[in-house]
Ligand binder design. Sequence first.
Ligand code: IDP
Ligand code: MG
Length: 150
Amino acid sequence: MEKTLVLVKPDGVQRGLIGEVIARLERRGLRLAAAKFIAVSLELAETHYAIHKGKPFYDGLISYITSSPVMAMAWEGPNAVAAVRQTMGATRPTEAAPGTLRHDFALEIGRNLTHASDTVENGEKEVALWFKPEELVDWPREIDRWVFEK
Ligand code: IDP
Ligand code: MG
């Protein structure tokens, strides 16, 4: 099953929006596969955001993500990566579509509430970076056949 990494970033945690993010993903029909509430180490932050190293916002991004705990989750389902990106909305909240999390709860690109993997390949890599294999729960959900066609 396709998996994607979701982080409720420090602003979402501080603002009490963990439940809102989870509720929207649950309602969409995605299935939770793993979750943990953690303080992000500098090492993990730098590995996770390695692709952005050298960009003007990199230092601010690293201090943002390590400033307060995050809620890290793996969600799964058919087209999970695309579905979650769509539910999050565009990176810049003022460009995010109404009804998306970033539109509904954020204003600034540097405080945009969530992270979600951007490709299927990165979904696999990021889930493996944030979770040990034994932390992933493979479970049959009673309603799966009413949400997943196959
Ligand atoms: P994404 O989170 O939508 O995948 P990316 O381009 O991968 O967006 O950027 C990672 C994160 O870096 C963004 O979510 C945002 O928090 C931060 N970021 C990206 N561009 C800027 C910027 O121009 N200023 C401040 N922060 C930025
Ligand atoms: Mg990204």
